[in-house]
Ligand binder design. Structure first.
Ligand SMILES: [Zn+2]
Length: 225
């Protein structure tokens, strides 16, 4: 979790460290890097295992609930569509099609008035080909999300399905890597921020977890909220 864990008191990163007790056992913990260096912070060290399982538990119990999965999947799908929507290209195609249609109706008028030459006939064929081509390009412009809501929900549910099973090291690592953006450790609470999309457009969800009670506040944040 190094690189994701921060000191809530001073904002410095938490650094993984270890020490050996009198019994010869090694203890791993996270320490405020600013406190270690400048002694200007009073955040107590937190045990590595404890912090990691807190984060995994809070995530599995709260983020991976059906209603939250639904919210996340809906947002992801919307964003995926917005990212691939090319309004400018569709506008160009629409105006090209309008112009082809206008030429076609002019030619048809000419034909009705009895002006038929081999050039008219050739021009008519060309325009009809262009029209078909433009119409097929426009159909391709209808935006499909790269990941549908259903697919996203399925991926999230896969994580949840493992919840009851023994939480393996691998699973814990995946869960943190996939969802956790940052963890701020305070003396009395944790604030976990979730990275629900790709980095550039992360919509953040954060959870505040009070350490001395089971009070838990789940709040949505970021854009589109
Ligand atoms: Zn600190």
């Amino acid at each position: 979790m190094t690189g994701k864990a921060y000191c809530g008191k001073c904002g410095a990163g938490l650094r993984g460290d270890g020490g050996t007790s009198k019994t010869g056992e090694t203890h791993y913990y996270y320490a405020c890097s600013s406190r270690k260096r400048y002694k200007n912070c009073d955040l107590k060290n937190v045990k590595k295992k404890w912090l990691e399982s807190m984060v995994v538990d809070v995530t599995a119990k709260n983020i991976l609930q059906d209603d939250v999965i639904d919210i996340i999947a809906t947002r992801c799908e919307k964003l995926s569509i917005a990212e691939h929507d090319n309004q400018a290209q569709r506008n160009i195609l629409t105006s090209q099609l309008a112009s082809v249609n206008k030429s076609l109706s002019n030619i048809i008028k000419a034909i009705e008035e009895g002006i038929i030459t081999s050039t008219t006939k050739q021009r008519l064929n060309e325009l009809e080909e262009q029209k078909a081509q433009l119409e097929s390009e426009m159909t391709e412009q209808i935006v499909q999300p790269t990941l549908s809501k259903k697919q996203i929900a399925y991926m999230l549910t896969q994580f949840k399905a493992d919840e009851a099973a023994e939480l393996t090291e691998e699973y814990r690592k995946d869960l943190i890597e996939c969802f956790v953006n940052s963890v701020y450790v305070f003396g009395d609470k944790l604030i976990i921020t979730y990275n629900l999309l790709q980095k550039e457009k992360a919509e953040l969800f954060s959870i505040e977890y009070a350490l001395n009670s089971s009070a838990l506040i789940l709040s949505g944040g970021g854009e589109g909220n």
